[in-house]
Design a protein around this ligand. Sequence first.
Ligand code: NAD
Length: 359
Amino acid sequence: MSKKILVLPGDGIGPEITAEAVKILNACREAGLDAELEEGLVGGAGFDAEGHPLPESTLEKAKAADAILLGAVGGPKWDTLEDLSKRPEKGLLGLRKNLNLFGNLRPALLYPQLAEASTLKPEVVSGLDIMIVRELTGGIYFGQPRGIEERDGERVGFNTYVYSESEIERIGRVAFEMAQKRGKKLCSVDKANVLEVTILWREVMNRLAPEYPDVELSHMYVDNAAMQLVRAPKQFDVVVTGNMFGDILSDAAAMLTGSIGMLPSASLNEKQQGMYEPCHGSAPDIAGQGLANPLATILSVAMMLRYSLGEPALADRIERAVGKVLDQGLRTADIAYPGTRQVSTSEMGDAVLAAFAES
Ligand code: NAD
């Protein structure tokens, strides 16, 4: 049966970068991918058109889709909206929550051609290939009770860091299975020396380990993990952690690779339905100028083919095409340096398309 892909361009550079990714998706359809594409509104675009960052019609389409490709949401135009539930970011959180997209996969892969673009020494980062598996729908970002209230004559802010065994187990399984397909090393990051919730996290990870005897499980405190990521990042293969630690560590890992414009992500539920998006935001500072790097979004399409559409060969072809374009010396402004040729968003998309067609 034909698969359904929902494309949500969103705001800022979102429409520019998704347009390039759609070119590649259409090339995949010509190469045999049986899929239909649909478009929808989300974020500020949803608010402007229908008064809500996640219009009902978009949510319906999202639930019916096998996979969603999202550009980015947000921008200064909506930053002053007083009703926080109408802010663009709520569209994104609503999609994650409604589709139960608990498993966030964020690869940090350094293309050797871009080793010079990293702020770390080339020998520290060249060959870097880490997969961070972050729990996305639980933990302190969602725990109750939460709030700011008056206690003993002063205001007190509080949040709750909570995980159930079943929540830990399901993200643990995603991570162990990912490690089985990669370098067979899994590092679980916690703060078990201080936080009970992560003592439980560690216990559950240890309990799962015998079911995956081919995977070597290790544990690391989050403060050490932050340090190790910049000291010797190549020691990591797959990292699994909770929502907040994953948020912070995956951004640090992203910068190891030079530009956030190169990094894709996937957010999956138990049915392998997924939302695929670049790690970056809507970059309002460069929107509409043809300066945005579309490669993170194009690489998100590769992840979609691999994890939700069962087309790993097409995913490989896209990743090879991106490598070939970088070999040709083509660079958008964010990854350009002397000796390379700077190209626009659409020129980069067209170059990947040409390399894909030749492969
Ligand atoms: P950002 O990621 O949009 O931009 C940070 C910097 O990186 C900017 O200088 C930008 O020009 C650059 N950049 C980002 N993507 C790029 C690309 N593809 N090519 C070249 N350069 C790129 O983060 P920000 O400035 O903190 O946020 C801008 C808006 O995006 C805000 O409204 C924020 O809420 C929103 N945001 C959305 C998402 C999302 O949709 N998933 C994520 C983060 C931020």
